[in-house]
Every structure is written in C-alpha cells, then in structure tokens.
Design a binder for this molecule. Sequence first.
Ligand code: GRF
Length: 187
Amino acid sequence: MVEKIKTCVFISGTGSNLESIIKSSRDYIFPIKIKLIISNNINARGIKLAKKYSIPYKFFSSKNKKIFERNSLFEIKKRKIKFLCLAGFMKKLSSNFIKSFGYKIINIHPSLLPKYKGLNTYKRVLKNKEKYSGCTVHFVTPKLDSGKIILQKKVLINKNDTEKSLQRKILLQEHKLYPQSIISIFR
Ligand code: GRF
C-alpha cells in the first residue's frame, strides 16, 4: 500500500471543506491522511467533525498569533506532518511559520483569484455585477490569497442571486475542488 502523506487541517468554523477532505481521504488511493485538526475557535463545528471521525484535534486561541503558531508547530512536528490544508481558517499565517513548517500549505478561497482577495467576497462580487464568480485552491505564501493557483472552478451568477445563494452555490463547488486539488498536487 502507498503511504499517505501525514496532513494537518486548520479550521475556524463550519468545517464543511474539512468534511469533504475527510470523506475523500477514506479512499485508499487518495494521497493524504488527516492526522490532526487544529482550530482557533473553540466553538467551531469542525471540532465536532474531528470527534465524529475520530481524528485528533487541538484548540489553540489565536489571540496571540505567536503563541498559536508555536503551539501548532509543536504538534505538527511531533506528528511528522508534511502537508497543511487551510479550510475556512480565518487567520493569516506569518512568514516565520510558513518557513519553519517547510512543506506545502494550501488554502481555499471563495472567489476567482486574483480577483476578490480577502473578506466579503460575495458582497463585493454582487455589488460589481460580475457575471461569474467561483472558488480557488492555491498555495499559501505570506501574502494574503496570493500564492500560485492550483485549481479554480467558475460559477455562473444569476440576476436573483443573493449573498447567501451565491455562497451556497460556490461552497458546493469548493467541496469538489479541494479534494481534486490535493490529488493534482501529489499526482
Ligand atoms: C469557505 O467558503 C472557504 O472558501 C473560506 O471559508 C469558508 C469555509 O467554509 N475560506 P467551511 O468552514 O469549510 O464550511
């Protein structure tokens, strides 16, 4: 059997992308195995998923980013983790952390990068009357939402789309795009 890459997922909220990665990783040919979930939000639904799927998890507050990163790195190194996925993780990682980890880090963002980096993407997209939006999986660098793009999926915007409906549509695509991106990196 091929050895799977030991992976950590960082979350802050609902964890629906986390769940899609967990489900994909049950396939024996999927390249990674989630060995650890780290949340910076004690109330994240993603923590419930960690329990549901019996995956080790840690909560570290990120009020002090330095301490958050130090604690996370300690756990990551202890478990020989060699790949990090950010899935709805709402904090920017420092260049020190990225360097010290030393392996690939990827993130999912709900827009067609390089357009609409940062927060409130749906609102801004609708305000600008865009025809399309979508989602992007990209490598993480110290610059927010700016690393090399791995895969993107375009979504058509309807006249009567609201922030909520657009978010729902894009999220559905995210759940496919994230696992596909992981496969494409390690192919
Ligand atoms: C997703 O829209 C993702 O693109 C963004 O945050 C949201 C997280 O959703 N970075 P979930 O926690 O994976 O459900």
